[in-house]
Design a protein around this ligand. Structure first.
Ligand SMILES: C[S@@+](CC[C@H](N)C(=O)[O-])C[C@H]1O[C@@H](n2cnc3c(N)ncnc32)[C@H](O)[C@@H]1O
Length: 251
């Protein structure tokens, strides 16, 4: 009986190819199959692939390149069958004894297509050996771009998808020193409407494509251009850093 292959979930980092890890680069060169999520069926439009091939030239990738369609939709009648097809294509190769490296933008454990695949695979092929290779996440690439630390000392931070429930922000602001709003591209207007009357707008910084050549940082949400940017986050820093560290209390 053929031994089942090993499955890798590889984070390729937030955008700049030279932020990809050495381990990720080695596995891309060595693994039998590199599985790549694409947004549009057959179009091979993949940010993860663009990042990966900026670090390891496509010609150095000896194995099969397997593009898998992950539609950008919230409609489960569209997404679930696509995830199942993606899982089936990976399982087919694993059962042939081939090792498969699934690449994903940022880190695989952070709001990633990997989570869907992991669930599908756990049901269909529970015996498969899985190794998760962490990558630099946007959660740390964004503060690197703003220059404002996430947290220090006794401070706390949280990460919230902006698309689900910004109405909970006033409560979170009581509890946390920094709030990272992921998937914030379409939520700039509602955030301005919420933060301005609270006099909290000056705490918000907007970053798109952190670490990439096209990185943009806005210190005033009202200056953010209208067009939708998918890779955008808002860092809400309520922290009284100097006060807490120097005087033992919030500034
Ligand atoms: C599907 S999640 C993927 C997150 C990824 N796994 C990570 O670890 O960063 C996509 C969201 O992450 C955020 N994001 C990812 N990369 C980013 C970057 N380079 N700059 C700003 N935001 C980014 C955006 O909010 C985007 O809508």
């Amino acid at each position: 009986m053929t031994k089942i292959g090993k499955l890798y979930a590889i984070g390729v980092g937030p955008g700049a190819s030279d932020l990809m890890t050495l381990r990720a680069a080695r596995l891309l060169r060595e693994t039998d199959v590199v599985a790549v999520p694409e947004k549009t069926l057959g179009k091979q439009d993949s940010f993860a692939w663009a990042i990966a091939t900026g670090a390891v030239a496509a010609k150095e990738i000896q194995g099969e390149t397997l593009f898998l369609h992950f539609p950008m939709s919230r409609d489960v009648s569209i997404t679930v069958p696509a995830w199942q097809r993606a899982a089936a294509a990976i399982i087919e190769r694993l059962q042939q004894g081939l090792d498969v490296a699934f690449i994903t933008e940022g880190d695989p454990s952070v709001f990633s297509t990997w989570a869907y695949l992991q669930e599908e695979l756990a049901e269909s092929l529970p015996q498969v050996e899985v190794e998760i290779v962490p990558g630099v996440s946007s959660i740390t690439a964004v503060p690197a771009a703003t220059g404002v630390p996430l947290a220090d000392g006794e401070e706390r931070f949280c990460v919230v998808p902006a698309t689900y429930g910004i109405e909970m922000l006033p409560r979170l602001m009581e509890e946390f020193d920094t709030i990272i709003l992921i998937k914030a591209g379409r939520m700039v207007e509602p955030l301005i409407e919420l933060l301005e009357p609270m006099d909290m707008l000056h705490c918000a910084r907007y970053v798109s494509y952190a670490s990439g050549d096209n990185q943009e940082v806005y210190e005033d949400l009202r200056q953010v251009p209208q067009e939708h940017r998918y890779f955008a986050m808002v860092q809400l820093s309520i922290r009284g850093r100097k006060g807490r560290l120097r005087h033992g209390k919030a500034a």
